[in-house]
Design a protein. Sequence first.
Length: 255
Amino acid sequence: MKTFKYFLLALAAMIISCNSNNGKRKSEPQQTSENEELTETHIDTLSAHLKPFKKELPTIGLLMYNGVLTTEVTATADVFTKPDGPEGKQLFNVVTIAETSDPIVTEEGLTIVPDYTFANCPKLDVLFVPSAYDMYSQVHNKKLVNFVKEKDKETKYTVSNCAGAQLIGAAGIEKGRKIVTYVGGGEQLQKDYPELKVQDDSKISYMEDGKYSSSNGNLASYITALKLVEKMTSPEHREFVESYLYLDRLQDWKE
């Protein structure tokens, strides 16, 4: 009987000891794996990239619509958003515009949300008119054609790239002016809009006539943007932009 009593006492001591150890384990901090973050840190990745609209600055308008060639929007933005000098001074307002506030989808499948619509677009100093591989819908869109026509009345410069020249012709705003379009598109452009002086696109990449300029489009859209940014700033700033873009690397590139 005594043996059994001693056995019960030993068993009770073991249970108390285990409970005590378990309590200690619960109070101890748990170890964290190397890949697990101890705390969640919020980093603002947006504010530094927002470009405020400043009324005192010239406004560059980038027209968009579904099927637009991405480069003909981004090339202009690439050039005109570059700052001036080491202090990073903003020189232009660069805005995107579409018929509605709905996101547009480019030819290459990128989705872009426009800053403004035809209804609330601010006064523009420059309007860039891009292209699409199929311009039928654009030249038959009365709202789009009328927007180009009306905005041209207020702009200091109006620019077309690639088949954007067809919208220029449809708007009737460059009558008697020299213009160039995409390679191989000049003959049809001249037939459709005989009032334009269409240049030989097999030999000419860029054309300027008064307030109007045009290019073959795609990467040649950088030409119209760089030419105009120089005119609106200085040769030194254009050189700075070109260096920022590593343009010399592209020009010298060989396999």
